[in-house]
Design a protein around this ligand. Structure first.
Ligand code: UD1
Ligand code: F6R
Length: 367
């Protein structure tokens, strides 16, 4: 069952070159740069008429929505709201008939998300699912949707579902916006980037021994740590911190790098472990300045950086993990893998069972 791995979690992390490929299989014509999503075909014109996209999810699935939000807005020109299902229900905000609500869920059974789906159905908007479990409640009760086809995820901590949700949402944004001529070059760039993703994830997985050694040397036994990123990497920071918390039981906080100076810098000293996402993109100057703010206060971050990037000052880092570079909006698919691996190794080193974290369930069917 575990395919030679000690835990399902490691099996599922390692499966990502295949699971991400399966999410795209039959849906991306890489030669003609075309996206085919059978599940939304009939509803595409209604989706394109929407004045707003409202994404709803919990936990890791919520982070996959945050990871694609700016790409959605860039390509479609339509504002996107992303809400935690529980917070959405607490507010019960207005939903209009010309909104499209997108429900993202691995299990398709999460009670908080189902509750919002009922609310949205009553409001009369179009409801789209992005779900792993075929035949689940969310898959059945949405008007249409996209199955992410990641295969069963057994480990409580979600890993391969995150990368597949991310890709399914990117494909959805591409499909919705492929009638906009101005987008053509960007579309081609992203589709070419998607084709490479399984291979790039494999390259990060090849570094797992290095990532294990760095985790054990600098993070094992710590009580607390920060994970910093901005722009496309803010979602990676939140998701990385969630993984660390839920299976290694180390308190970890995902921080938007621009927010450091608004409070979190007070925590930085030579004892506070920090992981910083600093792969190259248009936000790099700002991220590098955040890293300087950390090192100036004796923080010694572990830096996740692009291969061969000469702009990163490695002299004050605890360690640097080089990852392959891809298109800016897809880089999170590569960057999240070292954090998935770190959380796994820290969990095992602490004597925990990463597949069965205390107090958590795979499918949260209570509100
Ligand atoms: C479908 C088949 C797939 C087949 C392919 C061939 C299923 C589950 N999928 O994939 O086996 O290889 O055609 O063209 O039979 N849906 C929702 N909400 C969701 C997710 C999906 O309503 O959250 C609906 C879709 O609108 C669609 C159906 O479920 O009607 C299947 O969706 P999906 O598996 O994504 O469709 P295809 O990729 O076309
Ligand atoms: C984290 C994790 C949870 C789920 C959340 C939503 O690793 O697994 O945070 O992501 O409970 O579950 P789904 O996606 O099934 O709605």
């Amino acid at each position: 069952m575990k395919g030679g791995y000690d835990h399902f979690m490691m099996k599922e992390i390692s499966e990502q070159p295949d699971s991400t490929f399966n999410t795209m299989r039959g849906r991306i014509d890489f030669k003609n740069k075309n996206i085919i999503l059978g599940g939304i075909k009939q509803y595409l014109s209604s989706i394109r008429r929407s004045r707003r996209f409202q994404m709803i999810a919990c936990g890791t699935s919520y982070h996959s929505c945050l990871a694609v939000r700016s790409l959605f807005e860039e390509l479609t020109g339509v504002p996107v709201s992303v809400d935690l299902a529980s917070d959405f229900m607490d507010r019960s905000p207005p939903i209009f008939r010309d909104d499209t609500c997108i429900f993202v869920s691995q299990s398709g059974e999460t009670a908080d998300s189902m509750q919002v789906l009922k609310y949205c159905r009553a409001a009369g908007c179009l409801n789209v699912g992005v779900v792993n479990s075929v035949g689940s409640s969310i898959s059945r009760e949405t008007d249409c949707g996209v199955h992410i086809n990641a295969g069963p995820e057994i480990s409580v901590a979600s890993t391969k579902a995150y990368s597949s949700q991310f890709i399914a949402l990117v494909m959805l944004a591409l499909k919705i916006s492929n009638n906009v001529i101005d987008n053509r070059e960007r579309h081609e760039e992203i589709i070419n980037g998607l084709e490479e993703i399984p291979n790039l994830i494999s390259k990060v997985l090849d570094k797992k021994d290095e990532i294990r050694d760095i985790s054990l040397k600098y993070l094992h036994g710590k009580d607390s740590m920060l994970v910093v990123g901005r722009g496309y990497q803010y979602a990676s920071a939140l998701e990385g911190a969630l993984k660390i918390k839920e299976i290694s039981y180390i308190h970890a906080e995902g921080i938007q790098a621009g927010e450091l100076k608004h409070g979190t810098l007070a925590l930085i000293d030579d004892k506070m472990p920090v992981v910083a996402f600093a792969t190259q993109d248009s936000f790099s100057p700002k991220v590098n300045s955040a890293i300087q703010q950390i090192t100036a206060r004796e923080g010694r971050p572990i830096i996740i950086m692009s291969e061969g990037d000469k702009m990163i000052d490695q002299s004050k880092a605890s360690a640097c993990i080089e990852v392959p570079k891809t298109v800016d909006c897809l880089q999170g698919l590569v960057n999240v893998v070292p954090l998935q691996l770190m959380s796994y190794y820290l969990s095992v080193a602490a004597g925990n069972n990463p597949d069965r974290p205390r107090n958590l369930a795979k499918s949260v069917t209570v509100e």
